[in-house]
Design a protein around this ligand. Structure first.
Ligand SMILES: CC(C)(COP(=O)(O)OP(=O)(O)OC[C@H]1O[C@@H](n2cnc3c(N)ncnc32)[C@H](O)[C@@H]1OP(=O)(O)O)[C@@H](O)C(=O)NCCC(=O)NCCSC(=O)CC(=O)O
Length: 398
C-alpha cells in the first residue's frame, strides 16, 4: 500500500459520516385523475358493469362513508380501462397487460416526485450516490429503479436497490435503509423513491370478496421521494428531519393478517378486520423500546410530532386511543388520508411532507412551540411495524 499506513478500523471510521442521516428534500406526485370518495361506489359499480350487485355496493358505500377519505388519485382512468376490459374480471389472465402499463407508469410517477425532492435538496441529480425504490407493482427486470435512474440522469455509478411487495411498510423500510447507507458511507446522498399505482390490483366486485371491496375503498395512487444524507453541506443543504433511531418489529402470529399475492388476474390482497386492534396493541411497545434505546424513558407522547402511516381511519383512531394522544396530534396523517387515500408505502412520505409544512407554520406562529422530537411509523404485511425517531432541527431554531 502507500506511505500512510492505517488500520482497517481507521479506514472504516474515515468512510463513515460524522453526524446522523437527515431528510434533505421531499417531493410527491399523483396521477391527474381524481375521484371523489362520495361518488366512488357509483363510479366503481358502473365501470365494472356490476350495478346488479346491490348488497356489495351498499357495503362499499358504508366503508367509503367511514373511511375518512375525501378523494383519491388513479392512473387507471376510464379510457385506459375501456382499452383493457379484462381488468374488470380477476379470473381473466390480465397480468401481462397490467405489468406492461405499470413498468412505464410507476417510474414516471416516481420521477415527478423525485424531481421535486431534488429541486428542494438543491444539488445536481448526478450527486446522488444511492437509489432505493419501493413498489408493489414491480414484476420485471431491469426494474423501475433502473428506469428511474435513466429518467433522472443519475450517474452510472449510482448503487440501486429495489424493494418489492413490502406494501405499506415499503416507505418506512426504504427510509431506514437510506439512513444506514448515509451514515455508513461518508458523503453518500440517497434517493428514496416509492411509487404505487392501484392498476395492478383493480378488478370488479365479483365473488363478494370483502377484502377486495375494502381495498377498492382505501387505496390510491401516488409517488413520494426523499433525499437522505448525513453531514449537510451548508448553506445548500438543509436538514428537515434528522433520523435519530430506527427499528423494525414483527407482531408474532400475524402472518396472515395482511397479505398480497400476484396472480394471473392481478394482485390480490387480504386485510383482516383485526389490523387496527393488532396495531393498537403493539405500537406503544415499539415506541418505548425506540426511545429507551436513546436513553429516553417515560416520554410524553403528546410532546412529540407524529407521522403515522394512515392505513385506515380506524388504525389512526386505535393508535390515538392507546397512546392517549390529543386531538390534532395525528392531523398530518388524517389530512393525507383524506386528500389521497392509502397510497401504500408512499403514504408515509406524503405525511412527512405535510408534517414539515405544519411544523414550519407552528414554529412561525408560536416561537418555540413546535415539537422538536417526533416519530414516524409505517405498517404492512408481517404484520411489520417500522419505527423511526426523528428530530426536527428547524424546530429548535437551527
Ligand atoms: C374500513 C373502516 C373505514 C370501516 O370503519 P368502521 O370500522 O368505523 O365502520 P364499521 O365497523 O361500521 O364497518 C363498516 C364496514 O366495513 C367492513 N370492514 C371493516 N374492516 C374490514 C376489513 N378489514 N375487510 C373487509 N371489510 C371490513 C365492516 O365489516 C362493515 O361492513 P358492513 O357495513 O357490511 O357490516 C375501518 O374499519 C378502517 O379504517 N379499517 C382499517 C383498514 C385497514 O386495515 N387498513 C390497512 C390497509 S393495509 C395497509 O395499510 C398496509 C399494506 O397494505 O401493506
Amino acid at each position: 500500500m502507500g506511505s500512510a499506513p492505517a488500520t482497517v478500523r481507521e479506514m472504516r471510521r474515515a468512510q463513515r459520516a460524522d453526524g446522523p442521516a437527515a431528510v434533505l428534500g421531499i417531493g410527491t406526485a399523483n396521477p391527474p385523475t381524481c375521484l371523489a370518495q362520495d361518488e366512488y361506489p357509483d363510479y366503481y359499480f358502473r365501470v365494472t358493469n356490476s350495478e346488479h350487485l346491490t348488497d356489495l355496493k351498499g357495503k362499499l358505500t358504508r366503508i367509503c362513508n367511514k373511511s375518512g377519505i375525501k378523494q383519491r388519485f388513479i392512473h387507471l382512468d376510464e379510457e385506459l380501462l375501456a382499452a383493457n376490459p379484462d381488468f374488470k374480471d380477476r379470473t381473466l389472465p390480465s397480468l401481462d397487460a397490467r405489468v406492461e402499463i405499470a413498468s412505464a407508469a410507476v417510474p414516471e410517477l416516481a420521477a415527478s416526485a423525485a424531481a421535486k425532492a431534488i429541486a428542494e435538496w438543491g444539488r445536481p441529480a448526478t450527486d446522488i450516490t444511492h437509489l432505493i425504490f419501493s413498489t408493489y407493482s414491480g414484476a420485471r427486470a431491469p426494474s423501475a429503479d433502473r428506469r428511474l435512474a435513466s429518467l433522472l440522469g443519475l450517474s452510472p455509478t449510482v448503487s440501486r436497490t429495489i424493494l418489492n411487495l413490502h406494501g405499506c411498510y415499503g416507505g418506512g423500510r426504504s427510509l431506514q435503509l437510506a439512513k444506514e447507507l448515509a451514515e455508513n458511507n461518508r458523503g453518500a446522498r440517497v434517493l428514496v423513491a416509492c411509487s404505487e399505482i392501484t392498476l395492478i390490483a383493480f378488478y370488479g366486485p365479483e365473488g363478494g370478496c370483502p377484502d377486495n371491496i375494502l381495498g377498492q375503498a382505501l387505496f390510491g395512487d401516488g409517488a413520494g421521494a426523499v433525499i437522505v444524507g448525513a453531514d449537510p453541506v451548508s448553506p445548500v443543504e438543509r436538514p428537515l428531519f434528522e433520523m435519530a433511531f430506527a427499528s423494525q418489529t414483527t407482531i408474532p402470529e400475524t402472518e396472515d393478517a395482511i397479505s398480497m399475492q400476484i396472480n394471473k388476474g392481478g394482485m390480490e390482497y387480504h386485510i383482516s378486520n383485526q389490523v387496527p386492534r393488532l396495531l393498537g396493541c403493539n405500537v406503544e411497545r415499539c415506541l418505548v423500546d425506540a426511545f429507551g434505546a436513546l436513553g429516553i424513558h417515560n416520554a410524553n407522547w403528546n410532546n412529540l410530532f407524529w407521522a403515522i402511516h394512515p392505513g385506515g381511519r380506524a388504525i389512526l383512531d386505535h393508535i390515538e386511543g392507546v397512546l392517549g394522544l390529543d386531538d390534532g396530534k395525528l392531523a398530518a396523517s388524517r389530512h393525507v388520508l383524506s386528500e389521497f387515500g392509502n397510497m401504500s408505502g408512499t403514504t408515509v412520505i406524503f405525511v412527512l411532507d405535510e408534517l414539515r409544512r405544519r411544523l414550519g407554520q407552528a414554529a412561525n406562529q408560536e416561537e418555540g412551540q413546535a415539537p422538536e422530537w417526533g416519530v414516524m411509523m409505517a405498517f404492512g404485511p408481517g404484520i411489520t411495524i417500522e419505527t423511526m425517531v426523528l428530530h426536527a432541527p428547524a424546530a429548535e431554531g437551527n
